[in-house]
Design a protein around this ligand. Structure first.
Ligand code: AMP
Length: 313
């Protein structure tokens, strides 16, 4: 079944002259890594095809890749591949709908099985891991994995596994990461780019550590208002990237980081209890131990915290 799915994806890739890759809004390393890593494999393997990556650039991830700006006509007779995106609402660049054929490749729970071909494997640590697995499956058909693709997929795996610490990391994940490293890309530069943060982000970390609270039984929360964001000159997306800061605190088992934008963005994490049902209750979603949502106001944010407290009772 899965072999047939991988073969079908290869057939479609071979068939189309134009292939446009999408990923989710508010991208992270795995979104960029799976999208641009797959694009790099396709560009190396099919140099005559037109391969593009679209979506809004994330300033903190420009070290990984730069994206293409396309007219609507680019999607005519094109194959669109969406990686790492659970539902159509979160696809960055809605013009995927103009494509002739649509493929979904993802590792989130498959609540919205969109696409003409939909390959979802929730046991994978990351979508980048799935892209590498697809490459291995198709390798005998002449697919080429260069250093650029390897670096992107490795970055995606490192990002989504919390540097191989999350329980989603399997022996297969580590084996794949090892094989990617063996291609010989510049790992030191990549690691430096992944860990270095500008001063305002480091200071915001300090703010989070000073202002978080523990409520109920091992529930952590921190609220970052618009005024605080302005003080530190950071976007809500920047704040989201610091959600793991609370995870290093003893006595916190589930936690939420709220950052105010037009809506209030919620990043939810857990060291054990399943929290994605709470994210879904507030219109969001994600994985059992890492999910997110948007809520309209601080009152609703408070209700979400109460649900976490209830969960932990
Ligand atoms: P984040 O906290 O933004 O890193 O997201 C963690 C996980 O939750 C990701 O895998 C996302 O796919 C998912 N997620 C975050 N926000 C939303 C949302 N508003 N709707 C659905 N899924 C979300």
């Amino acid at each position: 079944m899965i072999r047939a799915m991988k073969d079908r994806i290869l057939e479609l890739v071979q068939q189309y002259e134009t292939i446009i890759l999408h990923r989710h809004e508010r991208p992270d390393e795995d979104a960029y890594g799976s999208q641009c890593g797959l694009a790099a494999i396709l560009k190396a393997s099919f140099p005559k095809k037109k391969i593009y990556c679209v979506g809004k650039e994330a300033e903190s991830l420009t070290y990984l890749a730069s994206l293409d700006v396309l007219p609507d006509t680019a999607w005519e007779n094109a194959l669109a591949i969406v990686t790492d995106t659970a539902n159509t609402e979160r696809i960055d660049d809605k013009r995927y709908a103009l494509a002739a054929t649509l493929i979904k490749i993802d590792h989130h729970p498959n609540r919205d099985p969109y696409g003409d071909v939909c390959w979802v494997d929730t046991t994978a640590s990351s979508t980048s891991e799935l892209i590498y697995e697809w490459y291995l499956h198709c390798q005998a058909c002449g697919l080429i994995l260069g250093k650029e693709a390897a670096a992107l997929l490795y970055a995606g795996i490192v990002g989504d596994t919390g540097r191989f610490l999350y329980p989603s990391t399997t022996s297969k994940t580590l084996r794949y990461a090892g094989e990617l490293i063996d291609t010989g890309f510049d790992r030191t530069t990549l690691h430096n780019n992944m860990v270095e943060e500008p001063l305002n982000m480091v200071k915001l970390q300090g703010y989070i550590l000073e202002h978080f609270e523990i409520v109920g039984n091992e529930v952590g929360k921190v609220f970052i208002t618009k005024a605080v964001r302005e003080q530190f000159q950071v976007s809500a997306a920047d704040c989201s990237r610091l959600v793991s800061v609370l995870g290093s605190i003893k006595g916190i088992k589930v936690w939420a980081l709220f950052s105010e934008d037009e809506q209030i963005r919620v990043n939810l994490r857990s060291k054990g209890p399943t929290i994605n049902q709470i994210a879904e209750k507030y219109g969001g979603g994600g994985h059992p131990l890492a999910s997110g949502a948007n809520v309209a106001d601080w009152e609703t944010a408070g209700l979400l915290v109460e649900d976490l407290v209830q969960l932990m009772q």
